[in-house]
Design a protein around this ligand. Structure first.
Ligand code: HEC
Ligand code: HEC
Ligand code: HEC
Length: 134
């Protein structure tokens, strides 16, 4: 009736292709990303001041919203100064502020985003920092 000699290998190949993203990630998928903060600018900060703009937990959960707010503020209101909860002033700029400290986009932003399969499209326009491939 049917040619099992072709169908079964066919099914195996089909499954191998469909499941490739899963088995190629075996052993990697559960490794939590560890965004690196060892950039030159951050290393130069005194240890006790080695902080982000806002507390780490806030940044982890809220950086997307913060960037949205920054963009709106700059583009709609022409305001480029962000005053943090501790009263520090920052330049509301993705390239010139976030990436001034986090100049290792690949080992920082991308580490998390790739893990979670989030792909911010920001760098279609905004310039990425030049990094050595490592
Ligand atoms: C003045 C330098 C500086 C600037 C500017 C800065 N960061 Fe940070 N950022 C840090 C440091 C240092 C840490 C690590 C903080 C800690 O461990 O408490 C950090 C932590 C973070 C974290 C949490 C990482 C983790 O391991 O969970 C995120 C997310 C983040 N930053 C995103 C941003 C974004 C987005 C911007 C721009 C809106 C920005 N940062 C601007 C220095 C900076
Ligand atoms: C600690 C992990 C982590 C780090 C480090 C991190 N992000 Fe994210 N980012 C996330 C997560 C998680 C999301 C998705 C949140 C969601 O979908 O609600 C996200 C989403 C975003 C978004 C929104 C994308 C969208 O399509 O909605 C932007 C923009 C963004 N991140 C920018 C940055 C930039 C720029 C950096 C580096 C300066 C950075 N992130 C570093 C975890 C991280
Ligand atoms: C289609 C191109 C384009 C894309 C995609 C884009 N932007 Fe922008 N963005 C601009 C332009 C143009 C400006 C205005 C630059 C200025 O006036 O300094 C700007 C300004 C900004 C600013 C304030 C000024 C600065 O220097 O950063 C922020 C913050 C910002 N964008 C964040 C984002 C984020 C976050 C994403 C991704 C979720 C994103 N943008 C995607 C074009 C883009």
């Amino acid at each position: 009736m049917y040619n099992s000699g072709k169908i079964i290998p066919g099914i195996i190949i089909f499954l191998a292709i469909v499941l490739f993203p899963f088995w190629s990630n075996l052993g990697k998928a559960n490794v939590k990303p560890e965004p690196k903060i060892d950039t030159p600018v951050i290393q130069q900060m005194p240890v006790e001041e080695r902080k982000c703009i806002e507390p780490k937990e806030f940044m982890k959960a809220g950086h997307m919203q913060m960037l949205n707010d920054w963009r709106d503020s700059v583009i709609r209101d022409g305001n480029r100064v962000f005053v943090s909860s501790t009263g520090k002033h920052y330049n509301m700029s993705l390239q010139n502020e976030c990436l001034r400290c986090h100049s290792n986009k690949k080992d920082f932003c991308d580490k998390c985003h790739n893990y979670l399969a989030v792909k911010p499209y920001c760098f279609d326009c905004h310039i990425e920092p030049k990094e050595n491939k490592s």
